[in-house]
Design a protein around this ligand. Structure first.
Ligand SMILES: NC(=O)c1ccc[n+]([C@@H]2O[C@H](COP(=O)([O-])OP(=O)(O)OC[C@H]3O[C@@H](n4cnc5c(N)ncnc54)[C@H](O)[C@@H]3O)[C@@H](O)[C@H]2O)c1
Ligand SMILES: O=c1ccn([C@@H]2O[C@H](COP(=O)(O)OP(=O)(O)O[C@H]3O[C@H](CO)[C@H](O)[C@H](O)[C@H]3O)[C@@H](O)[C@H]2O)c(=O)[nH]1
Length: 328
């Protein structure tokens, strides 16, 4: 297929682009490079532009005879979204709607969307099934839920066919070690822990140790970025094969506390990593663990990297060989 990947110069998008190209798809990436990296697009074709540009979207759809869109482009930091909700509603909802409208106008039928565990808010049960009520505790999750709502109604009215993949915590890097996570500023736990290991930070700040969890720190479910990439391909194949539009969770079903992650990273790098306990970060739910049975049974998804240590090892390989990320 011919596939437009928005946000394909970013972390998860660039890994998915590689997987798509390996499977023989033609890929064009649209990224405004605010958070992404030209050097992350090793395969496919990069167009620098914004998802708000309807004329550009329609031109790309026509020129590349696009069959499907994978929509990664978004603002995606929980803490930032609490401070800057307007930015999040504009980038994720307003520009997201512009993309949906352009797809409808150009008759591009298939959409695979990067959604998030943050749509659920504080869970009533873990692992969280897709049927769990969606009640986000931060603007980021609310904006993703808003676009999911639009996709559903656009599907009914205009025939858009979609899969919404609700990822839990993406982590790790391609084992080839030439692409990986490089955000400025970095806010995610695993790359920050590995920056401590590289000596680029004196210690890791642990945001809160008074949560109702086994050691008081937040519990998350970490999923390897290449396992996410596989899921995108399965979701697109299913849509093209006539499967109904649907939302799927993506995680490994194992919850790790922040201290578990730091300990495991210490095992990977071979030394104890220093921490400092600080206040809770606004918007953080205590515990997010995925129930991913639906995507396993309906689409046949099977993670290749279910173990946290393996995930951190691939991230470490990337950070060791690229201590300053892509650009330097
Ligand atoms: N990283 C995670 O743990 C995680 C978890 C759940 C969901 N997600 C979602 O997955 C997607 C990818 O996340 P990521 O970690 O790779 O983020 P990222 O910031 O690395 O990638 C996003 C890319 O989109 C680009 N972009 C942003 N807004 C744009 C716009 N309006 N037009 C064009 N390009 C734009 C950025 O430059 C960047 O390259 C996001 O939608 C995010 O919300 C991420
Ligand atoms: O320096 C740090 C960084 C993070 N944490 C903690 O580590 C956990 C993981 O934090 P991340 O920032 O790595 O990830 P989040 O869980 O906040 O968010 C990620 O997963 C969410 C869904 O679970 C969203 O989809 C979001 O896009 C994605 O960044 C959280 O409890 C956070 O409080 C720290 O203690 N110290």
């Amino acid at each position: 297929m011919n596939i437009l990947v928005t946000g394909g110069a970013g972390y998860i998008g660039s890994h998915t682009v590689r997987e798509l190209v390996n499977r023989g798809h033609q890929v064009v990436v649209l990224d405004n490079l605010t958070r992404g990296h030209q050097a992350a697009v090793k395969e496919g074709f990069l167009v620098k532009g914004d998802t708000s540009d309807r004329a550009l979207l329609k031109q790309l759809f026509a020129e590349f005879e696009v069959d499907a869109v994978m929509h990664f482009a978004a603002s995606s930091q929980v803490g930032e979204s609490v401070r800057l909700p307007s930015d999040y509603y504009h980038n994720n909802v307003v520009k997201g709607l512009n993309l949906l409208d352009a797809m409808v106008e150009s008759e591009v039928r298939y959409l695979v969307f990067s959604s998030t565990a943050a749509v659920y808010g504080e869970p009533r049960e873990v692992p969280i099934p897709e049927s769990h009520p969606a009640n986000p505790t931060n603007p980021y999750g609310a904006t993703k839920l808003a676009l999911e709502g639009a996709m559903r109604w656009y599907g009914d009215a205009y025939g858009l066919r979609w899969a919404s993949l609700r990822y839990f915590n993406a982590a790790g890097a391609d084992p080839e070690g030439d692409i990986g996570e490089d955000h400025t500023p970095e806010t995610h736990l695993i790359p920050l822990v590995l920056k401590v290991a590289l000596g680029q930070m004196p210690h890791l700040e642990v945001y809160g140790n008074d949560y109702p969890t086994p050691d008081g720190t937040c519990v998350r479910d970490y999923i390897h970025v290449n396992d996410l990439a596989q899921a995108h391909i399965l979701a697109l194949d299913a849509l093209a094969g006539g499967a109904p539009s649907s939302a799927y969770n993506l995680g490994n079903g194992n919850g790790y506390t922040v201290l578990d992650v730091i300990r495991t990273a210490g095992e990977v790098v071979g030394r104890t990593l220093p921490v400092k306990f600080t206040a809770r970060r606004p918007g953080d739910p205590a515990m997010l663990v995925a129930g991913s049975d639906k995507i396993k049974s309906e689409l046949g998804w099977q993670p290749l990297y279910p173990r946290l240590k393996d995930i951190i090892e691939t991230a470490w390989r990337w950070h060791l060989s690229h201590p300053q990320g892509f650009e330097k």
